[in-house]
Design a protein around this ligand. Structure first.
Ligand code: AHR
Length: 541
């Protein structure tokens, strides 16, 4: 063992797993999987999705309508459902996001032809630029996709629904009523009757409820104390219908520790921390300016045209999520000493400038390249490594939007590189996360030269690895501490050019490939191509 390696292992033992400890020119890269250091079961819900009523997510993306020539199941795009099922989506969040903060759930009930048309929250967004349409469902929401349509989409896809309640414009009474509409038993209440008339006789069994969204901003411009008061009002005596409801509180702006501290302190004062199941946080990688600007629009980069600096800036910003998770977890622990409340990262991903939308009405729609695949892989690795803290997460957003898994327009449909990462990483869902120790030379302003996570299910070990370097193959020494390999294979997502992406005309430009791995015993070496995501499927002896 080299002295560098010894130093690193000491640091790791002190809690710096997956740190970027070896910085010298003769650095080696290695991953150690510590078989006897389980972290926690990886909640399948970490692999969740977000579908806001925004741009082309709902209208055209998910909902095409029953009379559409586009193949559909009761109005829901069939190809989307089929592709989604393949990656076992555990949960989908809807209707926002900021959209939720002005949504009246009653608008999405009753006969579709009679539903009201409302101005969408995003109708006046600066991001439209000069391309804002004058009409259409993206501007004036026809409410064809309401609670029953959404939960049916979830059921078809095999996901649980996660609804976000409107705290800015609505009130606790209306929140109770939405819960009643969703969860009261068949035939029991007037709202259960309404639900049946809308097409679902049985309870929708909605367990996850967001109590507000970004309450410090579009969700009402609350101060933390005031948000805590509203949270208490919204969650007091909500009817349960024998289903324990999981309330998710609206967490900080970025890593605002003060917001978390104050809300938790107030809930603790009222002895009400028990009513909080999860604590939401959002993290977008958006500033590609390399420190030249903090302007929300000007600092963004292009989804397809980027240089090395812009490539790394986005990955570096995405990687900050790890320190935000640990920082928020620490503050939460000041009052929630048993750490009963879990972190819910219910919006994450890359956010680029407009210009690569799949169609004009797809506000915030963007293309997704191998850069985004690397971002997705390393973020999911982070969640896996913090499986004891993160109880649910949702990438933003599902289709035709920010880091989307799908692009869809009329009869055209394609999956993005990010979709393939979710497909590859699905093996981690519900498995036991194992501690990993990894090191590689830093490649850009402290961005670790390697990201990884590992999980175990019976004798099946899954190790996922991303190499974020834009141009360097990384040779990595992989060691299993306490187990040995019987056989292994790899699934590799990589492309000759990091800008590679799929389009409606080129559906398979980026696709994973399977490779045999020559490995036996407790250690082996593997080369990871530049800007790649790899899954190692290892059968243990
Ligand atoms: O995902 C787009 C927006 O980003 C969401 O509506 C909001 O919650 C966040 O600021």
């Amino acid at each position: 063992m080299t002295s560098n390696r010894r130093q690193f292992l000491r640091a790791a033992a002190a809690g710096m797993a997956c740190a970027n400890a070896l910085r010298s020119a003769e650095s080696e890269s290695f991953i150690e999987v510590l078989m006897d250091e389980p972290i926690a079961t990886i909640a399948p819900e970490i692999y969740g999705h977000f579908a806001e009523n925004l741009g082309g997510v709902v209208y055209d993306g998910i909902w095409v309508g029953e009379d559409s020539p586009v193949p559909n199941i009761g109005g829901v795009r069939k190809q989307l459902v089929e592709a989604l099922r393949r990656i076992s989506p555990p949960v989908i969040r809807w209707p926002g996001g900021c959209f939720a903060d002005s949504y009246d759930w009653r608008d999405g009930t009753g006969p579709r032809a009679k539903r009201p048309r409302r101005t969408n929250f995003w109708a006046g967004a600066a991001e439209w630029g000069k391309h804002r349409p004058h009409t259409g469902p993206q501007i004036y929401d026809p409410n064809q996709f309401g609670t029953v349509e959404f939960t049916r989409f979830c059921k078809l896809s095999g996901a649980q629904p996660y609804l976000a309640a409107n705290m800015r414009g609505s009130n606790p009474q209306e929140f109770d009523r939405w819960v009643e509409y969703c969860n009261s038993p068949a035939g029991s209440t007037t709202l259960a009757g309404q639900r049946a008339a809308d097409g679902e006789r049985e309870s929708l069994n909605v367990r996850y409820w967001g109590v507000g969204n970004e309450a410090w901003g579009c969700g009402g411009n609350f101060l933390p104390e005031d948000y805590a008061t509203e949270f208490l009002r919204f969650t007091a005596w909500v009817p349960g219908y024998n289903l324990p409801l999981a309330f998710v509180g609206s967490g900080p702006n970025g890593n605002d520790r003060d917001w978390t501290r104050q809300v938790f302190a107030k809930l603790a004062e009222k002895n009400a921390l028990g009513s909080l199941w999860g604590w939401s946080m959002h993290h977008y990688a958006w500033n590609a300016s390399g420190g030249r600007s903090t302007d929300w629009l000007a600092a963004k980069g292009d989804a397809l045209r980027f240089d090395a600096g812009q490539y790394y800036e986005i990955l570096r910003e995405a990687a900050q999520i790890e320190s935000f998770i640990t920082s928020q977890w620490d503050v939460m622990g000041e009052h929630d000493r048993q750490h009963r409340v879990k972190l819910v990262v219910d919006e994450w991903g890359a956010w680029y400038a407009s210009g690569t939308e799949p169609f004009a009405e797809a506000l915030l729609g963007q293309q997704s390249t191998m850069r985004d695949a690397v971002l997705a892989g390393s973020t999911l690795d982070t969640f896996n490594r913090h499986a004891d803290k993160v109880g649910l997460a949702a990438i933003a957003q599902l289709v035709n939007n920010l880091q989307a898994l799908f692009l869809a327009h009329e009869d055209k449909f394609c999956v993005t590189p990010t979709y393939h990462v979710f497909d590859m990483y699905a093996a981690h869902q519900g498995a036991q996360s194992l501690r990993t120790v990894a090191a590689a030379p830093a490649i850009y302003k402290g961005l670790p030269g390697l990201s990884c996570s590992a999980s175990l299910r019976g004798k099946a070990l899954t190790v996922t690895v991303t190499n974020p370097s834009m141009d360097q193959t990384r040779e990595v020494d992989i060691a299993l501490r306490g187990a040995s390999v019987a056989s292994a294979k790899a699934v590799v997502l990589a492309a000759a050019d990091v800008h590679a992406h799929n389009t409606f005309d080129s559906l398979h430009a980026v696709e994973p490939r399977e490779e045999q791995v020559q490995a036996r015993g407790a250690r082996f070496t593997r080369r990871f191509p530049p800007a790649s995501v790899t899954k190692l499927e290892i059968a243990l002896a």
